[in-house]
Every structure is written in C-alpha cells, then in structure tokens.
Design a protein around this ligand. Structure first.
Ligand SMILES: [Zn+2]
Length: 252
C-alpha cells in the first residue's frame, strides 16, 4: 500500500515517530507521501525523507489554511525550493473556506500560482478542498493540462465525475469508514483506477480508530472498507491504488 497523504513530520509524533513509521511498514505500507504545510514544516519533512529515502517522499507547497498576509513571501521560498531540487508533487495546495474566508482572494492567488508551478515543472498536484469543491473545480477548468489528486475527497458523484474528467484521481481516506458518510455510494459508481489511498495522518483516523491520532498503519482499514463497497478482494484494491499512485507520482 502507498499512503499518498500523511503529515508524519508533525510535532504530534515527536516522541514516537520512528515507531509509527516502522509500524506502517509492518502493516504493509511501503511508501508514505508527505504533503508540505508551510515554511515551518519544510525542515522536518526533508529530514524525514533523508532518513527514509526509499520510503518517504516530499511534496512542496503552501497549504490554503496557511495563506495569510505574508503569503507572497512564503510562496517565494516554496518556489526557490523547486529551483533547488525535485519533488514528487506540488502540495498541498487548494482552497479552504470552512475555517476562515478572510484571505479568500489570496487563497485563489496562491492556488493559481502553485498550479502554474506544477505546469512549469510538469508535476502532479495534491489538492486540499474544504467547503470549496465547486470553486476548486472551477479553477481547475483553466488548468486542464495539470493533473493530480483531490485529497480527502468527500464530494458527490457529479463532482467526482467532473474531477475524473479533468484527469484527477480521488484521494480516499478515513471519511469513507464513518457511519454517516455518503462517500460509499459515490465509490460504488467510480472505478478503482480513479482512486488513491490516504490517511491524512495525524487527522481523520478511520473507524475503528476514530478519535485517535491517525497514523499510516491504519491505511488498511480504508483499503478494507473500499473492498467491501466494491465487492472485491482487498488485494485488488491495494494493487490498483498502488499502481495509480506509482503512475501519478512517478514512483518505482
Ligand atoms: Zn493534508
């Protein structure tokens, strides 16, 4: 399995980071993809990649919740990182209108600037959206040459089909295991070739770990849930989604 979205560099794991990563490997997670958040998260992320060079891979980007007054300065640093070395993706980027709309205009600008980075470096993007699926899809309509993943997808079938039509994959995480989730109905209708597995650790732990600090080892609960929904063996879900991840992020 490949966990395509995990913030394993976060302070939350300060005391047991290596244990958590080893546990993930033991549970069949072979690779962990790390989306960046802001300038403060870069150093920890890159040192983790250095420690696990064949298993942990970095993305580079500015998360929409961290777009504030100084976003242009932050983006300048993000951009210079791409000049220095290669990353597997631009991420995570996007629009979040759930917590705060103060910087709505700046969020759009940061999102578009980073989509242009993806275009320039021919990289996929990892997109975060919250209360903003339609707005995000509207922006992506102008970037049809850019592909990537809609991380933590929780939209309806129409939105899913539009994203797939734009060449995007859907990142499926713990939400699919929640009792009241409508995601299973959507997943029934879309092919495994359009899905990626992700935990979004340390957030959104899947049932039966809901409410706990999430970790990549819990990815199997998500794969198992998708297997039940699609009525296939879990090995099929793992095989297909791993293939998708390797293709999108150009992993070996
Ligand atoms: Zn994230």
């Amino acid at each position: 399995m490949i966990d395509t979205h995990a913030h394993i560099y976060t302070e939350k794991y300060a005391d047991d980071r290596d244990t958590i990563i080893q546990r993930a490997f033991e549970q069949g997670v072979q690779k962990i993809l790390m989306p960046n958040i802001d300038l403060a998260s870069i150093e920890g992320m890159l040192s983790l990649e250095e420690r696990y060079p064949t298993q942990c891979f970095s993305m580079m980007g500015l998360h929409p919740c961290y777009v504030k007054e100084d976003y242009q300065d932050q983006l300048a640093v993000i951009t210079s990182n791409f000049e220095e070395r290669s990353f597997i993706a631009v991420g995570e980027i996007g629009l979040d209108f759930y917590w705060d709309k103060t910087f709505e205009k700046q969020q759009y600008d940061a999102f578009e600037q980073q989509l242009r980075l993806a275009r320039k470096y021919k990289l996929p993007v990892a997109i975060h959206m919250r209360d903003s699926i339609d707005q995000t899809l509207e922006v992506l309509a102008d970037f049809k040459d850019v592909t990537g993943v809609l991380h933590c997808f929780s939209g309806n079938l129409e939105q899913a089909n539009k994203a797939i039509d734009y060449g995007f994959l859907l990142g499926i995480g713990g939400v699919v295991t929640f009792k009241k989730s409508t995601l299973p109905q959507v997943i029934q209708e879309i092919p495994l070739s359009s899905m990626l597995l992700e935990t979004d650790s340390p957030y959104l732990a899947p049932t039966p770990k809901r409410g706990k600090v999430n970790e990549p080892a819990f990815l199997s609960f998500i794969a198992e849930k998708i297997a039940v929904i699609k009525q296939v063996d879990v090995s099929v879900v793992i095989g297909e989604t791993s293939k998708n991840a390797k293709q999108l992020f150009q992993l070996d």
